[in-house]
Design a protein around this ligand. Structure first.
Ligand code: AMP
Ligand code: ZN
Length: 436
């Protein structure tokens, strides 16, 4: 296979060269960070008064972690490293508690981010001849505008449709012969359950690829998307604090995501102790942004759980890979003392052929105990059969779940397209234990 590159020299650079770039950029970004009241306090406290005070990458460990709370406490400008007149764009996320966080970009920061996105798109084998339907929300969320500019830079034909309105999405795919989608995996799965009802058929579409990301999903969900739409689906990872998408992306081999190490320093730590873990060991992903000068973020605690893969990839890129995100430190459920990630449940149920494209996990109190209810959509033809068959299917799902997560779940079966669906990030878990 001919491997497509956007910036071959950097993408395939020897480790020593990548580390040289990292150290040089780290020194520069520290000088920028020192312009902010927040990092001035933090860095001088540990004896760092200028970038050159770090002489090796190992010195990074001297810098304390930055957290989401730091961002909130310094809202709106406590972490801005330049004057507002140099800022050309902001992005913001409201988070769950309602206290917003904000990210600033200079024109040069945006250009660097855009290049990373173009690089990521090229790595999947997409080209300027593709018709790109960007189904992520445009606006303060980084998913829409981020991919938009990267795709335009490559010269793709961009349809900036944004999120939602399933009938219109399908109509555009059909009318413009869309070949590449950017979409959350949950929404793409949901669309499939509506397709026939809305008068469309996969065979009449021209889809080849989808970039799926912005939310956790299992390998099985990816496979399901690929089978249902007859396409290749590539995992895309990023978070707004680190710019957004374009941080880590799968290449043509779809074997975990290359993290662009000339732009980010990735680390994985034990979330309880903060100790840096070796490659291959799972923990919390920590990222240092080396390219955003308007607002540097050093050793940011993402709360995402993953590990780094150092083994070379068949594509020849030397940048390490980030393994599929297992979940977030804050989305682990503890059910009667057992730790479970929603993605573990997804992996089990999506393997069962009768199971459709959407599900919901509900946790309630039943007396002193916790009760897990898994609601799954199944294909409508199942409801035409005998009730006994449905009971057997429930039993099968329950048994498979018990074998995997050791919890006895109550299973509910639902018609396709009837469980709540989101056009962006899915809300897969309803935990009503505290409300009852
Ligand atoms: P936001 O800052 O709103 O873009 O959200 C970023 C968060 O979305 C990350 O910290 C992850 O928890 C999640 N996320 C983004 N992309 C992925 C992905 N490919 N797989 C799993 N989770 C993801
Ligand atoms: Zn690769």
């Amino acid at each position: 296979m001919e491997i497509p590159y956007f910036y071959r020299e950097i993408e395939t650079a020897p480790r020593a060269q990548i580390e040289k770039i990292q150290l040089q950029r780290l020194q520069e970004i520290i000088d920028c960070a020192l312009q902010t009241p927040f990092y001035k306090r933090r860095l001088t406290k540990v004896g760092i008064n200028c970038g050159k005070d770090l002489t090796t990458l190992e010195d990074l460990k001297k810098i304390p972690f930055t957290t989401k709370d730091d961002l909130r406490q310094n809202f709106p400008t406590g972490m801005l490293a330049t004057s507002m007149s140099n800022v050309v764009r902001i992005h913001s996320s409201s988070g769950t508690t309602g206290v917003p966080t904000v990210i600033y970009f200079t024109a040069d920061d945006l250009e660097k981010w855009t290049n990373l996105i173009t690089r990521s798109i090229v790595a999947t084998g997409a080209t300027k001849d593709d018709i790109f339907q960007n189904m992520m929300t445009y606006g303060l969320f980084t998913g829409g505008l981020g991919l938009h500019y990267g795709a335009e830079k490559l010269g793709m034909t961009v349809i900036p449709i944004g999120g939602g309105n399933t009938a219109r999405q399908l109509q555009f795919m059909q009318d413009f012969k869309t070949t590449v989608l950017h979409v959350t995996p949950s929404y793409l799965l949901h669309i499939h359950s509506k397709l026939e009802e809305l008068g469309f058929s996969v065979d009449k579409l021209s889809l080849k690829k989808a970039f799926i990301g912005s939310e956790p999903h299992s390998e099985r969900a990816r496979k399901k998307i690929e089978e249902l739409y007859h396409i290749d689906a590539y995992n895309s990872y990023g978070l707004s604090e680190m710019n957004g998408p374009g941080m880590a992306f799968e290449c043509v081999y779809k074997d975990n995501m290359h993290i662009w190490e000339d732009a980010y320093i990735p680390e994985v730590i034990d979330p309880a102790t903060g100790e840096v873990l070796p490659d291959g060991q799972e923990g919390e992903f920590i990222a240092t942004n080396l390219i955003r000068k308007a607002m540097p973020l050093l050793r940011y605690r993402t709360r995402d759980l993953t590990h780094l893969i150092a083994e070379p990839c068949r594509c020849g890129r030397t940048h390490r890979r980030l393994s599929r995100i297992v979940g977030r430190t804050d989305d682990m459920l503890i059910i009667n003392g057992v730790n479970v990630f929603p993605s573990q449940i997804e992996e089990v149920i999506m393997k069962i052929p009768e199971v459709g494209t959407n599900y919901l996990i509900q946790v309630e109190k039943a007396g002193a105990l916790d009760k897990l209810i898994v609601k799954v959509e199944i294909y409508s033809k199942m409801f035409l059969g005998e009730a006994k068959q449905l009971d057997m299917l429930k039993g099968k799902i329950r048994d498979r779940l018990r074998a995997s997560i050791t919890i006895n779940a109550n299973i509910e079966l639902h018609e396709p397209g009837t469980l709540p669906a989101s056009e962006g990030k899915a809300k897969r878990v309803v935990d009503i234990r505290t409300e009852m």
